[in-house]
Ligand binder design. Structure first.
Ligand code: COI
Length: 355
């Protein structure tokens, strides 16, 4: 029992999955965190309860108009048994940015952080420790008012669930093949690209499905207006090493501001590897591959951390990067970041929060 919320322990703990075979987001722990919002009353009834299906009215607004936001962050157990969250403050700050865009009321970030910590403590024996594994934390908010008029819901449910995970891509750190998407777009400035909202991911599925059918792991998204400038890769931010300098698309109002993106930029600066945020066109990237200056490419996100890109297909042109191997900087960034996350590398940035 905490002063801020109640904890109801399950009577039926589940069998834990094999740590060598977790996949991503397939297993869920014994408990979840819930909190309700009611107009006039604010957020209330923060509680930890046994993990179970929800009962919602079929008219709940989230089912019809997609008023939903989410986050993703991870917890790690160090070799010494400490439990660390990676930059949870940044995810909760972004959740409120998404809330703002989707007309969802602001949350008390400190209260939800306490709820996440208590939930992780409650299910701490679910945190996997095998190489490349972690406990993925998924906070999300849905509009629950039973009404079909299009307006912001007066009722919401905030939920946090936990999932022990392995690598996001079955390929792990093996470079993936990516198709440059020339028909569909992910987001436009003024739209919802800067928010982590369910609809952005729903809208990306068709392109991903078509790319997968052609043997690619994901798509490279171009801007929604000119279809010329690179924005993201799959559900991740994207980086290129060109002629010794690391380049990532500047946040332009349609790109999601990734916590991993921000961390990678800081690590590069700390290592004195030149890094720049700017507009980069697909033509420029192709030119760099032709003249031999495109050295490395990788996606960044909480789920995969770093996902190297070995090959890009743009219309009828094939771009092979670093002979399809993971690059030296990509590997170094992966080792540094995961090392900070799992406590093997000293956290000089103050990014880890002990639970
Ligand atoms: C991430 O890279 O963490 C993502 O946003 C992917 C997630 C939707 C599974």
């Amino acid at each position: 029992m905490s002063s801020q919320f109640t904890v109801e322990k399950t009577q039926h703990p589940k069998t834990k999955p094999d740590q060598q075979n977790l996949g991503f987001g397939k297993h869920f722990t014994d408990h979840m965190f819930l909190m309700n919002y009611t107009a006039g009353e604010g957020w209330h009834d923060a509680r930890i309860v046994p993990y179970a299906p929800l009962s919602l009215d079929p008219a709940a607004m989230v089912f019809h108009y997609g008023q939903a936001v989410f986050e993703g962050l991870k917890a790690y157990k160090t070799e010494g048994g400490r439990v660390l969250l990676f930059r949870p403050d940044q995810n909760l700050e972004r959740l409120n940015i998404s809330n703002e865009r989707l007309s969802i009321p602001q949350i008390d970030e400190a209260l939800v952080l306490e709820g996440i910590k208590e939930l992780v403590r409650t299910d701490a024996d679910w945190i996997p420790t095998a190489e490349g594994t972690s406990l993925y934390i998924r906070p999300f908010i849905i509009a629950t008012d039973a009404a079909l008029g299009v307006h912001p819901s007066p009722q919401y449910l905030l939920i946090v669930i936990l999932s022990p995970v392995g690598a996001y891509y079955p390929e792990g750190l093996k470079p993936v093949k990516i198709n440059v998407e020339s028909e569909y777009v992910r987001a436009v400035r003024g739209g919802t690209g800067v928010a982590k909202t369910a609809g952005n991911y729903a809208a990306s599925l068709r392109a991903q499905e078509e790319a997968e059918k052609q043997g690619y792991a994901q798509v490279l998204w171009l801007d929604g207006v000119e279809k010329k400038y690179i924005e993201e890769v799959g559900s991740m931010n994207v980086f290129f090493k060109i002629n010794g300098e690391v380049v990532t698309p500047a946040l332009n109002g349609s790109i999601l501001s990734g916590v991993t993106r921000r961390s990678i930029i800081q690590i590069l600066q700390d290592k004195e590897i030149p890094v720049v945020e700017r507009r980069i066109s697909i033509e420029e990237l192709y030119e760099a591959s032709v003249n031999g200056t495109l050295e490395e490419a990788f996606g960044t996100g909480t789920a995969a951390v770093i996902s190297p890109i070995g090959e890009l297909n743009w219309e009828d042109k094939q771009i092979t990067i670093n002979k399809g191997e993971i690059g030296q900087v990509s590997q170094e960034l992966y080792d540094t970041l995961t090392g900070i996350q799992n406590g093997k590398v000293k956290d000089t940035f103050g990014w880890t929060f002990e639970v």
